[in-house]
Design a protein around this ligand. Structure first.
Ligand code: IVH
Length: 668
């Protein structure tokens, strides 16, 4: 009789062998056994696992076939944000990028760059603990992604278990899930045979396949993965990016192929030009190159600006250009009433995406490009950039083209439009009487960075305004469950969720509230400065233009806009109603305490038990602190919650002060 231990050993052995064969086949493209031999080993393992289900593990090669369908994807906060890249589009911009870096770094002569193809797929973060894949998440908004672990398990080039020894306890691997062109063509042929709608391009196909709630569907889609970086790690694994790539390769990943270390903008340009020549020889789409600084220490020194690192940029391939015809021009009304001309085009495929609208920006732009209705134009789209009309093909102009007239009345509410002096825009003065502005205003009010009303999407806002159920943001809080549930396509559960999120949103912060009002030119940062400076709403509403000018980043125009907003009796009424609906916020710190942490830079890592990361950030900012994503010598404090990431280690190495949760709470 075989003991359970014998079974266990055999199962372990089979898994190890299958993992190696899988790696040789999919990653190295160099199998050492036949498919039949592989199948035999695989089935032996399947049988043993069936006999002893208690021996099943998540990293077993048998677990790549897909799991039970999910109802929805769960959110996954990224302990280290997944950033996006700034762009350069020509050699001049590349030189400017190089110069910006060299201006910031002392020993700038010998900076090494690493050039890589920019893969056109979806960014994914894979978390390995003790060498085993435990979580896969999409990028999402960079801070929080979606849990797509079951789906990623089905991708053969994603190791379920890292090979090799000497693996850090925690390792997050970042890279791109993509669909090889050969697989994409076959998939679309298959879809067409079933008379269904094919995917527009491999990127959409990859995204659609990865975001399947049923991982059994993902399992039969031809997806693959290239690693190009790391997120959180429990130990420092390399000193340069090229070492990171080598290390990832030795752990069992396909790394972004064809990378090269170079020095200086000219050599980056050379790599770029070679890549343009070679791009069509790859079995996957690339949309440019990525230039990164090779030294990880320099990457940390340079840090980030907004959501992109200063140490890297994307150099996109020239935009795809296609000719088409301007069939008509409509004017769209924005939140502040600005009317934007939009060209309705004869639909064309630009770089694989069907384009039927393109913004014409404003009347000056139309005059400059001399665009007329009926003209043949060149439409351009670069990467995710919104399509635009690059120029008119004058040789094709017919005699019957029509000039585009600036509208005299708002197309939505028919108010006579105004031209704002000194601006090229024309505006509808209808304010909230104009349903287009009303919708945009409410959309802004409910948005994530404003009142964050979950579930109140564009379609619903449209329905509510069109049915005259709401006219202002304050009306949202008068909506009853029955009213919502009686709307078309509204399930009771969704109605209940919306009522709950409206209730939840009432507990906010002064700066969010100010931002959500949609005062022209008052963005998140200005709203925060106003809240910090004045401390309460009444003070802001009563401030004179001179008072307002004393606030950081408030100039004369913004001060006028703020004054005009609060002088409007309708706005005052909406604010009264919002407050009456019990929208509230904690008191802002008194002026004396306001600048307690000014000039101090904080970095957050790990999870705090008393508050979310967003709340911690807001509290620190309220005391004047600056928040940064990465630890450098300039960091004053690192706040370490539970399960801190590599930022904590970095802080220890650099001798930066570390605050635990209790010490952090004492600051307030
Ligand atoms: S590095 C902060 N390397 O481009 C570093 N990204 O616009 C960010 N991408 O979301 C990532 N190929 O999906 C990096 N070799 C490469 C890449 C690459 C494609 C994508 C990635 C990212 C986006 C940034």
């Amino acid at each position: 009789m075989k003991s359970l231990i014998d079974f266990f050993e055999r199962v372990e052995k089979l898994r190890e062998q299958l993992n190696v064969h899988n790696y040789r086949y999919y990653v190295l493209d160099d199998p050492s056994i036949t498919d039949a031999e592989y199948d035999r080993l695989f089935h032996e393992l399947l049988d043993l696992e069936e006999l002893h289900p208690e021996l099943k593990t998540s990293d077993s090669p048998t677990q790549r076939v897909g799991a039970a369908p999910l109802a929805e994807f769960q959110p996954v906060p990224h302990s280290i944000s997944m950033l996006s890249l700034s762009n350069v589009f020509d050699f001049n911009e590349l030189q400017a990028f190089d110069k910006r870096i060299k201006d910031r770094i002392k020993n700038a002569n010998s900076i090494e760059y690493i050039c890589e193809p920019k893969l056109d797929g979806l960014a994914i973060s894979l978390r390995y603990e003790q060498g085993v894949l435990v979580q896969a998440a999409t990028r999402g908004d960079g801070q929080t992604g979606e849990n797509v672990t079951d789906n990623c398990r089905t991708i053969k080039t994603i190791p379920l278990k890292l090979i090799n020894h000497n693996i850090p306890n925690i390792l997050e691997v970042r890279g791109e899930v993509y669909m090889p062109l050969s697989g994409f063509t076959k998939l679309n042929e298959f879809i067409l045979e079933k008379n269904e709608k094919p995917f527009a391009n491999p990127r959409n196909a990859a995204a659609g396949s990865l975001r399947q709630l049923d991982s059994k569907i993902t399992a039969i889609r031809p997806l693959a993965f290239f690693a190009y970086g790391i997120g959180e790690t429990s130990e420092v694994i390399a000193e340069t990016h090229s070492e990171v790539l080598k290390r990832l390769s030795s752990l069992g990943f396909c790394v972004s192929p064809g990378y090269q270390i170079v020095q200086g903008a000219q050599f980056c340009q050379d790599y770029y030009e070679q890549l343009i020549q070679k791009r069509h020889t790859f079995d996957y789409e690339i949309d440019g190159m990525v230039i990164k600084i090779n030294s990880l220490a320099l990457q940390i020194e340079l840090g980030f600006i907004s959501r992109s690192p200063r140490w890297a940029t994307a150099y996109k391939f020239p935009a795809a250009e296609v000719t088409t015809i301007v069939e008509s021009v409509d004017f769209q009304v924005g939140r502040t009433g600005a009317l934007t001309p939009v060209a309705r085009l004869k639909p064309v495929s630009v770089a694989g995406v069907i384009v039927s609208n393109a913004t014409l920006h404003n009347m000056d732009e139309i005059a400059r490009k001399d665009i007329r209705i009926g003209d043949t134009v060149i439409v351009r789209r670069a990467g995710d950039v919104i399509p635009e009309v690059a120029r008119v093909v004058l040789e094709c102009r017919q005699h019957n083209t029509k000039t585009i007239e600036s509208p005299t009345h708002c197309p939505i509410c028919q108010s006579a439009v105004e031209k704002i002096e000194g601006e090229s825009a024309i505006r509808c003065p209808g304010g909230l009487h104009c349903s287009a502005q009303c919708k945009e205003m409410i959309r802004h009010f409910a948005s994530r960075k404003a009142m964050d009303i979950e579930g109140l999407g564009d379609k619903l806002i449209e329905q509510l305004v069109d049915k005259s159920l709401i006219k202002t943001a304050a009306d949202l809080f008068q909506l009853s469950f029955n009213r919502l549930a009686s709307l078309e396509r509204m399930a009771e559960k969704s109605a209940k969720n919306i009522i709950d999120s409206l209730e939840k949103s009432k507990n906010t912060s002064l700066n969010r509230f100010i931002f959500s009002l949609g005062i022209r030119d008052v963005g998140e940062t200005t709203a925060l400065s106003l809240a910090q400076y004045f401390g309460d709403l009444t003070a802001i509403m009563q401030a004179t233009t001179e008072d307002l000018l004393a606030v950081n980043d408030v100039g004369p125009i913004v001060a006028e806009n703020i004054r005009a907003f609060f002088d409007d009796s309708h706005n005052q009424q909406v604010i009264r109603e919002l407050l009456a609906a019990n929208i509230h916020w904690p008191a802002m710190p008194q002026k004396s305490a306001e600048n307690k942490l000014s000039g101090k830079t904080f970095v957050l890592t790990g999870t705090l038990s008393s508050m979310s990361r967003e709340e911690a950030k807001e509290k620190l900012q309220a005391l004047g602190a600056k928040l940064s994503e990465s630890v450098s010598k300039k960091t004053n404090y690192v706040v370490a919650g539970e399960e801190p990431g590599s930022k904590l280690q970095k802080a220890q190495t650099l001798g930066v002060s570390i605050l635990g949760e209790i010490e952090f709470l004492k600051l307030f």
